[in-house]
Write a protein that binds this ligand. Structure first.
Ligand SMILES: [Zn+2]
Length: 684
């Protein structure tokens, strides 16, 4: 592993923070923490922490000896001094005399002794840092170190590789007991330059930032070299079908199968993130992949991300997706059943009341293809996939030097169902559309963009489709929540298919489709150019059909219902003079919405329409508004507010109607009017 310390960078950071009143020792602590945090082979999504023993001054001007230790919720790769809250050393050291300390009390003690009470919670490994005498303490869950400690005879192997330079601490759950045990092992042999924590990771320490960091890189490199020297490829590859289906072919099947079905048409959905590489393929194609997956995870805190380990699926054969779908459902049922047994058996060992987490996998290995991470958001899914990649490396390394033997599942349970983690559950209220994917056409226009924005604010990931790819990406960025923009002409079935493929490749599927793209052509119907009318039908009717067909294809693969929403406009029910070219296809689209409701209701697929009128947009520009208002002798305000409520109807009001339909679980074949009130256009 490359040592990234650079004197010039370090001094630059010291100068930069010095100008903000941050001391040199803390600036250097920030510098090496970022170096460690930037490498996923050392630190991955919270797995690792660092500390510094220094002094800090409280509000009264009193100086205290403190431990500045990584605060929870901070990413080490981009940490700031505020991410290393200062805790009074005196109280932390006094705790060592206690015979025992419950996790909640430990957190309370740490919080009560913060210099700044607004700080984040100090790391759960704070006491371990405090009990070691060195000023700089670095801790990582290095993948190469895990290859050595996830062995039956890990202590012997570590002695062989590191001699007596590192102390060896048997596995204990992080917290007070581990801190005490580690400190005792250090005290018995204070010449060690670090500690190996069995089944968990490594600590290095020194009185200066550079030495502690150098030692971390040196020991990790020794572990890497040991794995590399073992050399042989550990896995025998299982046989694969001659032609494989693609990840996008199977993603909706998998996504549907791991959805938690609460009955009554209610689902907890997840999105997926796919990864593949030669290394990942070696691992997922291994004959032993399934058996390895059941052994557990490479370091216990991964259980918070991927539970007891991955689910393994067979290779999907092209053209046999129906058979594959039932195989996937069987595997998911098997995984969920095992997970339930794991929970029940371990939960029964004491009287603690716990809430079982959903039993669905968060990491799926697909032979022949690669791995999928799953999560209630795209961010979580990507984290699970990152974890999967590192698990793959650690398991491959462990199998190269010996045999992967991680922490037993019974011990893993203690961590996954840690009281502190369970407490977080209660405060984690998902948004109404969490885990759902929506696709909107005409997504860069006023109504489309407002709809993407509103749905994303409710937890959905938006796929913003528009003729103009750049504007689609802008609208997706404005919507936020990891939404994506895709350029497509919705009158071209191949481009519509490609847009849905992008949605599936990115998130694993689609749940809500807002077919919104449209354009208005004018002319008296008896004299209208035939080509123009047909062109309007292409966009204002046939494109809706193409979009809906693609949506239903994916909905049926997922088997978890779905929502179709059509923008049909007031013209669909109340023709305006010379607007036939627009109104006729829109009326057909209104009927289309009802036909989908009728034909697919039994699959839980709902179909609804919104007929809006007089919205400031690409179809009704500021210029048109000005000229029409003038023609009628009205002010713009009176023209736009020419309805029963006397209020201008905005794109956001239309978006609200679409959201209502997405959430109204018992409403289908409905039309919602958003026009401020127009009795002539009222539906009967
Ligand atoms: Zn750790």
């Amino acid at each position: 592993m490359k040592n990234l310390w650079n004197d010039a960078d370090a001094e630059r950071m010291v100068a930069e923070y010095g100008a903000k009143g941050i001391a040199r020792d803390l600036a250097l602590r920030v510098y090496t923490t970022r170096l460690l945090g930037g490498d996923p082979r050392l630190v991955l999504h919270g797995g690792g922490n660092t500390s510094l023993k220094t002094t800090a001054t409280d509000i009264l001007g009193r100086a205290w000896d403190v431990l500045c230790v990584k605060g929870s919720g901070w990413d080490m790769a981009v940490i700031e001094p505020a991410g290393l809250p200062a805790v009074k050393m005196e109280a932390l050291l006094a705790a060592r005399a206690l015979p025992s300390l419950a996790d909640e009390d430990m957190v309370a003690l740490q919080r009560a002794n913060l210099i700044d009470p607004a700080s984040p919670n100090p790391s759960i490994e704070t006491l371990l840092h405090a009990f070691l005498p060195h000023r700089y303490v670095d801790h990582t869950h290095s993948t190469a170190i895990l290859a050595l400690v996830d062995q039956q005879d890990s202590e012997r192997l570590c002695r062989k590789v590191f001699g007596r330079r590192l102390g060896f601490v048997p596995y204990i759950k992080p917290g007070f007991d581990l801190a005490k045990a580690a400190a005792e092992i250090f005290d018995a042999e204070p010449s060690v330059e670090g500690l190996i924590l069995d089944k968990h990771g490594i600590f290095t320490f020194a009185d200066d930032a550079k030495t502690a960091y150098d030692l971390m890189i040196e020991f990790v490199t020794m572990a890497e070299d040991h794995v590399a020297r073992a050399g042989r490829t550990p896995f025998r590859a299982a046989a694969l079908p001659a032609s494989l289906a693609s990840p996008a072919d199977i993603a909706p099947i998998l996504r549907g199968a791991i959805t938690v079905d609460h009955g009554e048409g209610r689902f907890d959905r997840m999105v997926s993130d796919f990864r593949t590489s030669p290394k990942i393929l070696d691992y997922v194609n291994a004959e032993s992949a399934e058996e390895l997956a059941r052994r557990g995870v490479s370091t216990p805190d991964l259980s918070i991300r991927i539970k007891t380990g991955p689910m393994v699926l067979p290779a999907p054969e092209q053209g046999r997706l129906d058979d594959y779908a039932s195989a996937v459902r069987e595997r998911v049922a098997d995984f969920a059943g095992r997970y339930r047994r794991y929970f029940e058996e371990n939960d029964a060992r004491d009287d603690v009341r716990r809430t079982m987490l959903d039993p669905m996998p968060r990491l799926t290995l697909v032979r022949g293809l690669g791995l999928f991470g799953h999560g209630r958001s795209h961010k979580e899914a990507k984290i699970a996939a990152d974890v999967g990649e590192m698990l793959c490396e650690a398991v491959t390394g462990a199998e190269t030097v010996g045999s992967f033997h991680p922490l037993a599942l019974s011990d893993l349970f203690e961590l996954e169902y840690w009281s502190l983690e369970q407490a977080k559950l209660a405060s984690n209220k998902p948004k109404p559309l969490s885990g759902q994917v929506m696709l909107v056409t005409g997504g860069a226009g006023a109504i489309g963009a407002a709809t993407a924005r509103l749905f994303a604010s409710q937890g959905a990931h938006a796929v913003v489709v528009d003729l103009d790819a750049d504007r689609a990406r802008e609208a997706a960025k404005a919507a936020g929540n990891g939404s994506i923009g895709v350029g497509a002409d919705v009158t071209d079935p191949a481009q519509v298919r490609a847009a849905f493929d992008r949605a599936v490749e990115t998130y694993g599927g689609v749940d809500i489709v807002v077919s919104n793209a449209g354009a208005a052509w004018q002319g008296r119907i008896g004299e209208i150019d035939d080509a123009l009318l047909r062109r309007s039908f292409e966009l204002n009717f046939f494109s809706h059909q193409t979009v809906a067909q693609n949506a239903v294809r994916i909905f049926l693969m997922q088997g978890t219902g779905g929502v179709l929403l059509f923008n049909t406009s007031k013209q669909a029910v109340n023709p305006g003079p010379n607007f036939g070219a627009y109104g006729l296809p829109k009326a057909a689209t209104l009927f289309l919405s009802r036909q989908y409701a009728l034909d697919y209701g039994a699959h839980g697929i709902r179909s609804n329409a919104v007929n809006a009128d007089r919205i400031r947009s690409g179809l009704l520009t500021d210029e048109m508004i000005a000229s029409r208002a003038r023609a009628r002798g009205l002010s713009e305000k009176d023209y736009m507010g020419g309805n029963l409520l006397g209020l201008e109807v905005r794109a956001e009001d239309v978006a609200q109607a679409f959201l209502h339909h997405a959430l109204a679980e018992r409403t289908t074949a409905d039309v919602t009017t958003v026009d401020g009130g127009n009795i002539a256009a009222a539906l009967r």
